[in-house]
Design a protein around this ligand. Structure first.
Ligand code: TYM
Length: 345
């Protein structure tokens, strides 16, 4: 997103780099699902694209949060973004609430979003069941804030796990609708959903998504779990009584572990089945756990160092917000002008 000035005749104008944006909520300790479904791809794509990544703290309060815990988790997740290898000099890494344009554009886009289309969001239906005592308006219009996050940065691509696909579709619909009324204002974003790891399942109920809000801690591996805990959790993962390591129908637990192993080793399912032919689930689970431990080890090590330097984290977040604001405000102003607002001088 840096704007390089090309002086004609001195350098060939390069093809315009595509932009990506994605965010993660600080609503608990991120899981292996967050890592394999999203964060790992963010790092892989960040060299190739102009990238912006944020801690989506405004989204987190759609569910009641303890303020002390929220403050802690925002800094933990911000440190994690740097620990996965995102370079804050090359990527915009920031905290959503530091850039007021997110809330401002969300309000405007609320007025271009229909009640009916929000009511169809499956995540809203799920969350209003699991938080029946607090079905607030923010929870309902959550996907509009997410659309604002994306559209402010004119993102071409949004790397997410499969559970966010419906939200991406609504962001596209909102962008197309606004562009249709006022002329091209927003880039219409495409989701980027990896082939592997797009839906990492619970270790205890492999028909359910692995989630940081699952009350059973044995159901997920947290990115900050110790090697011993990771080994224990994966060893106790639910499989089946049949005993064969191959990808197949009715083998949700094994399929899930194969997906995790594949993400960590780069091996495809045939190669994994071959590696474990004639060997039991015990050997397989140990290998999966070891691969996960090695995958997360450098992240954990960098994270531990970063968390010791809170001043650096705050300073980096401030720099990220400054750059993010410049880009976001440009889109916000353009949008407001199109709607007919009088901008302050
Ligand atoms: P969140 O915080 O729930 O998750 C962050 C990312 O992790 C992915 N993910 C998974 N991938 C595979 N398997 C799983 N079990 C799994 N669990 C989570 C999610 O798909 C996501 O990519 N609404 C978003 C945050 C957000 C956002 C945005 C994303 C806010 N604004 C703008 C993209 C663009 C969310 O709640 O993600």
């Amino acid at each position: 997103m840096d704007e390089k000035i090309i002086i004609p005749g001195t350098e060939a104008a390069p093809e315009k780099r595509k932009k990506i944006l994605s965010c993660i909520q600080p609503s608990g300790i991120p899981t292996l699902g967050n890592y394999l479904g999203a964060l790992k791809n963010w790092k892989l794509l960040s060299d190739e694209f102009d990238s912006a990544f944020a801690v989506a703290d405004l989204h987190a309060i759609t569910v009641r949060q303890d303020p002390k815990m929220l403050r802690k988790q925002i800094m933990e997740v911000f440190a994690l973004l740097l620990a996965i290898g995102l370079d804050p000099e090359k990527n915009i890494v920031f905290i959503q609430s530091h850039v007021p344009a997110h809330s401002q554009l969300a309000w405007i886009l609320n007025c271009y979003t229909q009640f009916g289309e929000m009511s169809r969001m499956t995540q809203f239906k799920d969350k209003s069941q699991s938080h029946a005592d607090n079905v607030n308006v923010g929870l309902f219009s959550y996907p509009v804030l997410m659309a604002a996050d994306i559209l402010l940065y004119q993102a071409d691509l949004v790397p997410v796990g499969a559970d966010q696909k419906q939200h991406l579709e609504i962001a596209r619909d909102i962008a197309n609708r606004f562009n249709g009324i006022y002329g091209k204002t927003f880039t219409v974003p495409d989701p980027y959903i990896g082939k592997q790891g797009a839906r990492v399942m619970s270790l205890q109920d492999p028909t359910k998504k692995m989630s940081k809000s699952d009350p059973n801690p044995k159901s997920f591996v947290s990115v900050f779990d110790s090697p011993e805990t990771i080994m224990k959790k994966i060893k106790s993962a639910v499989t089946d009584s049949e005993g064969g390591v191959y990808y197949g129908e009715g083998k949700d637990g094994v399929n899930n572990l194969m997906g995790i192993y594949s993400c960590c080793t780069g091996l495809d399912y045939d190669a994994i089945a071959k590696e474990f032919e004639g060997r039991g689930y015990g050997d397989f689970k140990t290998a999966v756990a070891e691969a996960v431990i090695e995958e997360l080890r450098p992240v954990r090590e960098r994270y531990d160092l970063l968390m010791k330097d809170q001043a650096y984290l705050l300073e980096t977040a401030a720099k990220g917000a400054e750059t993010a604001q410049r880009i976001a405000n440009r889109t916000l102003e353009k949008t407001m002008k199109k709607c007919g607002f009088v901008l302050p001088r």
